[in-house]
Design a protein around this ligand. Structure first.
Ligand SMILES: [Zn+2]
Length: 559
């Protein structure tokens, strides 16, 4: 059975997406191959008669490896008069009869800035923690490597040039919205089978009684593969286009996870977990020694970097579990490995009272300071949780360009505090959002957004009604859905240093299409009531996988 990204049925010049009304830009026309053009020997050209035109206006589809483009030409004299429009060389639009508005001689190779996909619709996104951006009815051009080339107002000459040149055009219906794909900056892949259970005991017991026994089972590659085969497509259906995974200590299970992400088209950072501490780990589930742990992590990096991955979807990430599970020798070795390989680093940091206090007892300083001394606090280092970070820690994290994976649902069970999102943002810390599966008992990032908002509301108001209202909570600490969605998209992208999280030129087209008119869904836009900001808030709080009708990663439809 083929598990790869879903192939799209070309229909005219159009992607067909479930639930999307096909709107045929150009009816399928008669096609015949006319062979190489004289000046472009490497290009096979197909002559497609324009259905609405005569001899003077025909369309040529040029094939050159993976790139395809449609260009208008004068009929009759293809050898010398192939003309371009909508390219980087010629941006004048066709006139309303479909004729070229300006004609340029095609005098070099098919450039890699040709759009392979044009998407028309309304974009909702959050470039800053306080700004919702609405781009009503725009056309977005996607290049062959998944990069967004342009976003132009629909109907503008530039937009017409994009849809004219694009191999496929997708037109969203008025009841659909396009949003950036969601970036889960902290998820434990092997804990997928215990998602939804085991939240009755504190972290230090939860690890030894539930989690380490489960994670040790991934020595069995067949078991690992069966979990990855279920998990990765499920996460894509929730709109998680990028996941930053903790795997297990097993190299093979880790490589299989990376391969599964690649096969399913999910962008991922995949980390073999390193852990060797004789007290912080069970005998049956730990690296044999610090040296063995560093070597296994180094091999895992090489294995992931060796995968056939032309779109660079999957990267390795160095993953010491957390300080209590690692000896200093292992942590120092992984710090050196990070410097040598330039791979990103992830770990848990100041998560709970127990964990935060343990590091102070062992190292005489906070997690952050300890990680800094060991070479693990680097640009792009993902520190999960961070609930107990003090201001000095936050400043230190911001100053090196590391950041926090905020896991609000998990924190409610294990952290003993609400993460100070506003304070961390004020101090310049990059923050992404994480599900922390299975400490966080939900795989979806949109429910995590809602939880991030809810937890700050509880934190601001306080919880003990026997205290006077004014003394109950932490004033001015709430966040709203705009901030939460920013963390789940552009915030996570900023933390990882990846061109993701916003639908704008220069970033990758990782996106979700949300439907506002699905039958029996609570998510609905009401005429005359719902403005775009209300629609956005409803999507963040209410959209389920069933409301997400398409998911794109690197310009490819993956769900
Ligand atoms: Zn975690």
């Amino acid at each position: 059975m083929h598990h790869g990204p879903q192939a799209l049925e070309p229909h005219g010049n159009q992607y067909l997406v479930d639930g999307l009304e096909p709107s045929v830009h150009r009816p399928r026309a008669q096609t015949r191959t006319i062979g190489d053009t004289p000046r472009r020997n490497a290009i096979d050209a197909e002559l497609v008669e324009h259905p609405n035109s005569g001899v003077e206006n025909t369309l040529v589809v040029l094939r050159n490896c993976s790139s395809l483009r449609t260009v208008p030409v004068h009929g009759g004299d293809l050898g010398t008069r192939i003309l371009l429009r909508g390219s980087s060389r010629c941006t004048r639009p066709p006139n309303d009869r479909g004729l070229p508005g300006e004609r340029c001689t095609y005098d070099d190779g098919v450039d890699d800035k040709t759009p392979v996909l044009a998407v028309q619709g309304t974009i909702l996104q959050t470039p800053t923690p306080n700004a919702l951006e609405v781009h009503s009815d725009v056309v977005l051009a996607v290049g062959g490597e998944g990069d967004i080339l342009a976003v132009e107002p629909s109907g503008s000459s530039a937009a017409l040039a994009i849809t004219d040149c694009a191999v496929r055009t997708l037109r969203l219906s008025p009841s659909q919205r396009l949003l950036p794909g969601l970036i889960d900056t902290h998820i434990h892949a092997p804990q997928w089978p215990q998602l939804g259970v085991g939240l009755d005991i504190p972290l230090e017991r939860w690890l030894f009684e539930y989690t380490f026994p489960l994670e040790s089972r991934y020595a069995d590659a067949a078991f690992a593969q069966s979990v990855w085969d279920h998990m990765v497509p499920s996460l894509l259906s929730y709109g998680t286009t990028t996941a930053v995974y903790f795997c297990t200590i097993h190299e093979e299970a880790t490589r299989l996870l990376a391969e599964t992400c690649l096969r399913e088209g999910q962008r991922a950072y995949v980390g073999r977990v390193a852990m060797d501490h004789p007290e912080g780990t069970p005998e049956y589930y730990r690296d044999e020694s610090a040296v063995a742990g560093v070597s296994a992590s180094a091999r895992s990096i090489e294995q992931i970097r060796a995968l056939d991955d032309p779109l660079h979807l999957v990267q390795p990430i160095i993953t010491p579990r957390f300080i209590p599970a690692c000896t200093d020798e292992l942590l120092r070795g992984l710090g050196e490995l990070a410097a040598r390989t330039q791979a990103l680093v992830q770990t848990h940091c100041s998560e709970s009272d127990w964990e935060h206090g343990y590091v102070i007892d062992r190292h005489g300083c906070s997690d952050t300071e300890s990680l800094r001394r060991l070479g693990l606090l680097r640009r792009g280092t993902v520190l999960a949780h961070g609930n107990h970070l003090g201001d000095a820690d936050l400043v230190s994290i911001a100053s090196v360009g590391a950041g926090v994976a905020h896991c609000p649902l998990s924190n409610a069970y294990f952290a003993g505090a609400v993460f100070p999102t506003q304070r961390a943002l004020r101090l310049g810390v990059q923050i992404g959002l994480g599900s922390d599966v299975s400490g966080g008992a939900h795989p979806g990032l949109l429910p995590q957004c809602a939880m991030a908002v809810t937890s700050t509301r509880i934190g601001e108001d306080g919880v003990d009604a026997l205290l006077p209202a004014a003394q109950r909570g932490m004033p001015d600490t709430r966040i709203d859905t705009v901030t939460a969605f920013h963390l789940a998209t552009a915030g996570g992208a900023g933390l990882l240093g990846a061109p993701l999280g916003l639908l704008e030129p220069g970033r990758q087209f990782d996106a979700i299409v949300v439907d506002l008119e699905r039958e029996h869904s609570a998510l609905r836009a009401w005429d005359g009531l719902d403005t775009e900001d209300r629609i956005f808030e409803k999507i963040v709080r209410l959209a389920s996988p069933a409301d997400i009708s398409a998911v794109f990663v690197a310009g490819r439809r993956v769900r």
